[in-house]
Design a protein around this ligand. Structure first.
Ligand code: SF4
Length: 115
């Protein structure tokens, strides 16, 4: 095998690896930018649902159904990963809620703990 054939083969290998690595790099950069903007508690929908970013600050008089320990992270509508500080909510497409947040339609996620 000639020296020219070897370097052509190496060149082709390098090109194939670069092509294969490109989608992986794109995926990784997309994941890094995956965090959605947070829901603003002052938004009309958030206000209507009584959303707060910190469930310990829920107005108990206005929300008598709230119990300490209920938060977005253990709500059935939450789509974030356990342990993450924020994640998606089915009620706010394209936005994230704080895992420690809460709103009036909170329903316990099956298998989750409250408190
Ligand atoms: S529906 Fe659940 S996850 Fe969404 S904001 Fe309300 S309490 Fe949080």
């Amino acid at each position: 095998m000639s020296h020219e054939n070897l370097s052509r083969r190496n060149l082709l290998k390098g090109a194939l690896l670069a092509v294969a690595a490109a989608p992986a790099a794109t995926l990784m950069s997309r994941e890094a930018a995956a965090a959605n903007p947070l829901v603003d508690p002052a938004d009309a929908q958030a206000k209507a649902l009584g959303y707060v970013a910190d469930e310990t600050k829920v107005d108990a008089k206005a929300n008598p159904t709230h119990k300490p320990g209920q938060h977005c992270g253990n709500c059935i509508q939450y789509t974030g990963k356990p342990g993450d500080a924020q994640g998606g909510c089915n009620l706010f497409p394209g936005k994230d809620v704080k895992a420690g947040g809460w709103c009036k339609v909170w329903v316990q996620k099956p298998g989750s703990k409250v408190g």
